[in-house]
Design a protein around this ligand. Structure first.
Ligand code: B12
Ligand code: SF4
Length: 583
């Protein structure tokens, strides 16, 4: 029996863990399985042609919120060109409201709900044998008259029954993609917007097996591993063992974890602060909302004080990047309350802050309770909200404008100095900066055109200028620093008007070549000749003292040095200029 296991990943860089498990579990009895990963951007016809040419008897498709709308047309075409093929669907998107999907997708023979490994194997066994699908727990199927029937749910698996999902011949295809990895299944929490809250209990893979699998990924040269455990740190000892193992064995692989920050114990943070190699771990922390009423409605227990302590301590360690998530549009969180949530969380200073909108996932509590809070939302996936009784559609689109500039100007790490300064000194709050800028961005029609790095800076400057921002020259100075930092080599052009004439620059360079100690010992130690300075340095002035950002009486000379073989960014040297003298 020839089997194709297929899915459309969100992007090429992602990979499907589910398909790898299904194959691993079935393979001993059904060795002829092709694992086919496409993306949601792939042309439907090409996907259909690729599956068709494999001449499968059974096709298993993995369905998620990000691919269901693109998967359905593929199934419709496959049914036409392979009329006898058995089509089996599984995955979180079809696990709930499965009858709806059996009706919407008449091409599907079977839908597997919940955990799929054992059930898929069982379905294949029935296809090969007597076709008694009514004996398979955990599915919906069509009986002889075409009626949709549902069987009882299957008991949960003992996870160690599942063979490792990572094959030796598969590993080379994964090195440059994100490899998803599970230590556990299930979440003890009950957040009503999340599918993981539906199933109770947490099960673990045997720790030694976990460490063995991780070692294989590291040895294969995989660049990024993302743990998909719902709350990685719920089991303190298990988590510490994994951290400890990775600290000793990481070999440059980057590991991302979803952490519940308010329960991460200070001793674990301290252990990581002391031992974690910089840049190897990354924490994703869902904060979602700081509004107590909202959190209690969605049954999310969260101690924001403790969460903040953890985020600050991790940040202070300087070793682990943190990515904090917010959800706009939760029940009873209106525009002003969301503004507060945003500002509370932004103040923690995490490297990234992601603002998403509530999605009414099939199967979740918030979807069941939607009428109670006046929700209107998209009919098809991703079921994003369009408003509710306290948040109008106008508010939703206003907040979308915040999301847009937040991504470009904060999460992309291009304008950190400038934005931090503006928020601290020129705007009432972080949210107000992003909102005002986002509104201006849209008014100018910039959301309809592309932009190079230089445009991002010019647009920020234009916005600050148009609203009559105080101390615009200081903001401009910081923008210069942020801009110059983005290059590995001396940039060819700059977007602002130079403050030093050619003659002045030449004179300064001559003087610096003769007396490099003017810029301090570190600069002198570089031993640059006049030609080197011309080639590797860029001279500018900024109107503030670099340490305090207070306005200097005389402008400050800035030298940006782009060293040979330097990883990224410029090294800056400063010198206060004196009246009557060039330097
Ligand atoms: C990795 C991941 C992503 C990746 C996608 C990777 C990819 N392949 O392209 C990225 C980061 C892009 C992503 C994005 C989003 N995600 Co996501 N994501 C996950 C995550 C963390 C892991 C998925 C995974 O591998 N799990 C492990 C495997 C083993 O479990 P599984 O996928 O459920 O598979 C089992 C069964 O479902 C079944 N099964 C699966 N496929 C098949 C196929 C067949 C034939 C059979 C028989 C059985 C079967 O058997 C498997 C083994 O038991 C899950 C949470 C989680 N921990 O599962 C959320 C999750 C899948 N995501 C979710 C959501 C809501 C999103 C977002 C909408 C979030 C947002 N930003 O608002 C976005 C979507 C973006 C978009 N474009 O619309 C929801 C799912 C909603 C849904 N109905 O699909 C989940 C479950 C999170 C949650 N708890 O609510 N996500
Ligand atoms: S949001 Fe996180 S903590 Fe809450 S139920 Fe989902 S996985 Fe668990």
């Amino acid at each position: 029996m020839k089997i194709v296991l297929a899915t459309l990943n969100a992007k090429y860089i992602h990979s499907s863990l589910a398909l790898r498990y299904l194959r691993a579990y079935a393979r001993a009895d059904f060795p002829n399985i092709d694992l086919c990963e496409y993306t949601i951007k792939d042309v439907t016809m090409n996907v259909v042609a690729d599956i068709y040419k494999r001449k499968p008897d059974v096709i298993g498709f993995s369905c998620y919120i990000w691919n269901i709308e693109e998967t359905i047309p593929i199934l419709q075409m496959l049914r036409k060109v392979l009329p006898d093929v058995k089509i089996v669907l599984g995955g979180p998107e079809v696990t709930y409201d499965s009858e709806y999907f059996m009706n919407r997708i008449p091409e599907a023979d079977v839908i597997v709900f919940g955990e799929g490994e054992k059930t898929f194997h069982h379905v294949l066994t029935e296809f090969k044998g007597r076709n008694r699908l009514e004996l398979v727990p955990g599915i919906l199927y069509r009986d002889e008259e075409g009626k949709v029937k549902r069987t009882f749910p299957r008991d949960k698996l003992d996870l160690d029954e599942i063979p490792t999902p990572f094959d030796d011949d598969d590993l080379p295809t994964l090195t440059n993609r994100v490899v998803y990895f599970e230590c556990s299944r299930g979440c003890p929490f009950t957040c009503s917007y999340c599918l993981s809250s539906i199933e109770s209990g947490v099960r673990y893979f045997d720790l030694d097996r976990t460490l063995r699998d991780l070692k294989r990924l590291i040895d294969a040269g995989v660049k990024t591993v993302k743990f998909v455990d719902r709350t990685f740190n719920i089991h303190r000892r298990y988590a510490l063992s994994v951290f400890d193992f990775l600290i000793k064995n990481h070999n440059g692989t980057i590991f991302q974890f979803e952490i519940t920050a308010d329960i991460l114990k200070p001793d674990v943070v301290q252990y990581l602060a002391e031992n974690a190699p910089p840049g190897i771990f990354r924490f994703e922390i869902g904060v979602q909302s700081t509004n107590d009423l909202t959190n209690s409605i969605v049954k999310r227990k969260q101690d924001f004080e403790k969460l903040s302590d953890t985020v600050r301590s991790v940040k202070a360690s300087g070793k682990i990047d943190q990515h904090l998530d917010l959800i706009a549009g939760l029940p009873e969180e209106d525009y002003d309350s969301f503004r507060k949530t945003f500002n509370d969380v932004f103040a923690l200073g995490a490297e990234e802050l992601q603002l998403g909108f509530l999605k009414m996932l099939r199967g979740t509590g918030v979807r069941h309770e939607a009428p109670q809070y006046g929700y209107v939302f998209m009919e098809n996936s991703p079921y994003e909200i369009l408003g509710n009784n306290v948040l109008s559609f106008d508010d939703v689109i206003r907040i979308k404008r915040v999301e847009d500039v937040l991504e470009k100007y904060w999460n992309a790490h291009r304008t950190e100095r400038t934005v931090t300064y503006l928020i601290q000194r020129e705007f009432q709050s972080a949210f107000d900066f992003f909102q005002e800028f986002g509104d201006y961005w849209e008014e100018q029609g910039w959301n309809r055109i592309g932009h190079q790095l230089e445009d991002l800076f010019k647009r920020l400057y234009a916005f600050l200028d148009a609203r009559g921002t105080n101390n615009l020259d200081i903001a401009l100075g910081l923008m210069k620093l942020d801009y110059l930092q983005a290059f590995k080599n001396k940039p060819r052009g700059i977007w602002w008007e130079r403050t030093l004439s050619k003659e002045e620059s030449q004179e300064i360079i001559r003087e610096l070549a003769e007396r490099p100690e003017i810029l301090g010992e570190r600069f002198a130690a570089l031993r640059l000749s006049e030609a080197d300075i011309h080639k590797h340095c860029l001279l500018e002035t900024v109107p503030f003292h670099p340490a305090t950002l207070e306005r200097s009486e005389e402008s400050e000379l800035l030298l940006a040095f782009y060293g040979r073989g330097q990883e990224a960014g410029a090294t800056y040297f400063y010198k206060q200029r004196e009246r009557e003298r060039v330097v």
